[in-house]
Write a protein that binds this ligand. Structure first.
Ligand code: MG
Length: 245
């Protein structure tokens, strides 16, 4: 009896699994824009600026206590490595300058979006992508230093896997009226390894994998997150200077 039923069961579950996979694949949003390939720039060096006076130091090499959900991150030799969840700052920030140094895993594994993926989620909503984009193809508006699904970087200045890199991000927070309409869109400038890779880009809203960018009203200040995308990306020297506006 079992030998008659079993193949039907296997077929049934295979169909379910295939449908689920197909449905999942269809969920990814693609904006349809054909971008030019960002020009490759060799030799850009990280800019390792110490926290200036008045900056909020989020990680100085010792502990991740300025973050929630970072208890499983590996803190060693002055760096913090992604492990066991997306870390989110305890403090909330609005317009600000963010300095962060990071390194994708020296041991290369995976490809495309699966290689050295993390991200700086400003206000928990606006992602500056972190990815190992050193000889690693993916869609241009998803590669390293892209504003995810909105803007590819102006240049690809990625260093080799395992090498330290720097981001200096200047972020202007969006403003909303009392009805929830956006009255000032968010803006981003990103300098990676001393090279401007996003130049005062006006965001079209939150960065999503599954739907077009869009604004939803939110508080003037919100925590920043560092994404756990399952890859052991390392971070060091993280600080934020708030900008009054
Ligand atoms: Mg990411």
């Amino acid at each position: 009896m079992l030998h008659k039923i079993l193949p039907s069961f296997i077929l049934f579950f295979a169909i379910i699994a295939f449908s689920a996979t197909s449905a999942h694949a269809q969920l990814e949003y693609k904006n349809g824009i054909i971008w030019d390939r960002p020009e490759r720039v060799e030799g850009a060096m990280p800019v390792c600026t110490p926290a200036p006076e008045g900056a909020v130091v989020l990680f100085d090499g010792k502990d991740m206590s300025a973050f929630n959900n970072a208890q499983n991150w590996v803190v060693k030799d002055g760096y913090a490595e992604v492990h066991g969840g997306t870390a989110t700052t305890k403090q909330a920030f609005g317009s600000c300058h963010i300095h962060i140094e990071w390194a994708s895993p020296e041991k290369v594994s995976g490809h495309g979006q699966g290689r050295g993926n993390s991200g700086v989620y400003i206000m928990g909503k606006y992602e500056v992508q972190i990815l190992d984009s050193y000889e690693n193809e993916t869609y241009f508006d998803g590669q390293c230093a892209s504003i995810y699904k909105q803007s590819p970087p102006l240049k690809n200045v990625c260093r080799k896997p395992g090498e330290w890199q720097s981001y200096d991000i200047t972020f202007t927070a969006p403003k909303f009226d009392e009805k929830g309409n956006v009255t000032r869109k968010a803006r981003l400038t990103v300098v990676q390894n001393g090279v401007t890779v996003q130049d005062d880009f006006e965001l079209q809203g939150g960065t999503f994998w599954y739907r077009p960018a869009g604004y939803q009203p939110h508080a003037e200040k919100l925590p920043m997150s560092l994404q756990d995308h399952g890859n052991p990306v390392r971070f060091r020297n993280i600080w934020i200077q708030e900008i009054e506006d």
